[in-house]
Design a protein around this ligand. Sequence first.
Ligand code: IPM
Ligand code: MG
Length: 362
Amino acid sequence: MDATIVILDGDGIGPEVTAEAKKILAVVADRFGHGFAFDHQIIGGGAIDQFGTSLPEETLAAAAAAEAVLLGAVGGPKWDGPDSPDRPERGVLALRKGLDLFANLRPVKLQPQLLSASSIKEEVLEGVDLLVVRELTGGIYFGDRKEPDDNFEAYDTMLYTRPEIDRVVRLAADSAMERKRKIASVDKANVLASSRLWRGVATEALADYPELEVEHILVDAMAMHLIRRPADFDVIVAGNLFGDILTDEASMLAGSMGMLPSASLGDVNNRHNLPLGLYEPIHGSAPDIAGQGIANPLAAILSCAMLLRYSLGLDEEAAVVESAVDAVLAMGVRTPDIAQPGTESAGTEVLGDLVAQEVRGA
Ligand code: IPM
Ligand code: MG
């Protein structure tokens, strides 16, 4: 299969992890006889420095024309000033919005080898395998706002419409049908009007899925249940901000943010009639460790597996990449974020090379 994959390194550890991910995609192409063309474009802080904007038009156009987009991470202290007219994060938000990628899929599966890397008790973690579906192009991220220009008053608006809620809840419900047939819809309906709409629309949409076990859970309670009984959940669907917060929390179930991939999908189809998707690790640009070669590349590599599966329809190839990651973890090789305290750890490239070797030979 031929495919164009746009690579957006971003800032901080972004280029380090995308380099390893690209290595894996190249090995997959080689082994399975695919023609992947990599189109490097620029986004985030680097784009602000070079072009004065966090999302150059050329980047958006290239992404829209590609089969899939792989992103490292954006941001850093250099662009964090309170008066910055543009921010690296705006580039990512504009890309998600510009491509109408309304559903962000964040699977959290505990790798048995990493049980002890989590700060949560092993018996609570047993069997954790959940998927958070986060609404990505609406809510408080995109509502009307007032910046704190006067240093006195500022606001953001959490606005949702029926179609925005309906489409993401249905996508989550479809995913649940393929999994353990359970769905938990998250809101704050006891306080927020937008959440009361969310709950009503979600209830109506989910009535079309009688086979699903449905729960509606308030976001604060969900934050607690995620730690207390994480193995009870299958698909969790949430608005943009709640999903953002809950997925950082959920990443701790898997041991490290450095392990979790994500896929952002919309209705837009690529030339293979599959959803154009943006694939990114859920971790940030980690400026504190950038340039040291110690970032965990596994979230970026696992994002490639999602890319192969959702945007290219290459299920076997995706499974090969996932098994390769398992195999490397089973060897006991770890970046510092998942290494046992007091044990030796390996660097970004070492992990990438080992995964590549497994993919090549598996
Ligand atoms: C994420 C990140 C982003 C978000 C930032 C970088 C804008 O935290 O992908 O979870 O808030 O969506
Ligand atoms: Mg986040």
